[in-house]
Design a protein around this ligand. Sequence first.
Ligand code: ZN
Length: 217
Amino acid sequence: MIRPDRIGRAIVLATGLGLSAPLLAAAQSADYAGPAVVRPADSYVARDEVEDRVPRWRTNGREERVLYVHFMDPPQARPGFWEETKRALEYWNEVSGLPLLFRSTRDAPSAEVRFRWIQRFDSRQAGTTDWETDGEGWLRSVVVTLAMEHEDGTPMGDDFLRMVALHELGHVIGLPHSDSPADVMHPGNRSLNLSDRDIRSARQLYERLESEKVSAP
Ligand SMILES: [Zn+2]
């Protein structure tokens, strides 16, 4: 059962159509092979946000937690939507260095993350992420809604869809919006590559948990 204590919704605006940035997952992956030293100044996650326990997935800090992702009725006429969203999941897995691993499943009841598609939003946006927490404030389930068309009825391009999915996956793990257009988590994201700052911010959310764990007797 999903409790009705919805606590958050995040959107990415859907302005502009052109995208040409190549996906540099392999190159970035090599840069993030080891444990990170997080400098808060390089993050858009404020320290008090971490301490106030912004919505995050509970991890034990020692092993990866698998988050099962289910695609609800991906549009048959647009196989690219399914493929691009899976690419976004795999990219986060490869470069984030988080104790979280996205894994797609066909079993809807076991999924913690669900993707659904709608024709278009009434407002000028391309995706939303709605999350729900347990009684202690930990994330329990997340639903990402992606549009198939821009507000004027223009079909979403595959690259645009992946760009939106990358951004929404940042919200899925608990990231807030960034104030820099260079980051995927900027509300008007135009990037297909997580920035160093995106990754540092994400790691700050979860490394804080690790240090709490380590400091326990
Ligand atoms: Zn957003």
